[in-house]
Design a binder for this molecule. Structure first.
Ligand SMILES: [Zn+2]
Length: 138
């Protein structure tokens, strides 16, 4: 790339407001404070995503909220080039705690992502709802 060539702009796109339920309200309340919560099962010890009352591994109803640093690596991603708001990327992040999170990537050009890249959660405002978790390179 020559020095006069400009880099593509970092991706961003509007995110519709998430559906908040009684089960997920603690997650969205924490998100509004910039904190990222996951659920962990008391019975089997495994962390899971998305947050839900019953453990997807052992069906126990004994699950607790846990604050996560929201760090992990890109497992896979896909760049959508044809979009009214410009290119954007979605994909899965494998959190350091183990669960895989389907998410949007921000703060990086479309050609700047790579499988295995370290990323960290950020919260992006939504259109009238609580902020949504998105991930950006560390
Ligand atoms: Zn369990």
């Amino acid at each position: 790339m020559s020095e006069t060539e400009t880099r593509p702009a970092p991706m961003t796109r509007p995110i519709p407001p998430p559906a908040v339920s009684v089960e997920t309200k603690p997650f969205w309340d924490a998100a509004a404070e910039g904190r990222f919560l996951i659920k962990r099962c008391v019975a089997c010890g495994q962390a899971h995503w998305y947050p839900r009352t019953y453990c997807p591994f052992c069906d126990s109803g004994e699950t607790v909220w846990e604050e996560s640093p929201g760090e992990g690596v890109i497992y896979t991603y896909s760049v959508m080039h044809r979009s009214p708001s410009g290119p954007y990327a979605i994909g899965y992040v494998t959190l350091d705690e183990g669960p895989a999170v389907l998410t949007n990537f921000v703060g990086v050009a479309a050609d700047g992502l790579a499988i295995g890249m370290r990323v960290k959660v950020q919260f992006q405002p939504t259109e009238g709802g609580p902020p949504a978790p998105v991930f950006a390179p560390v």
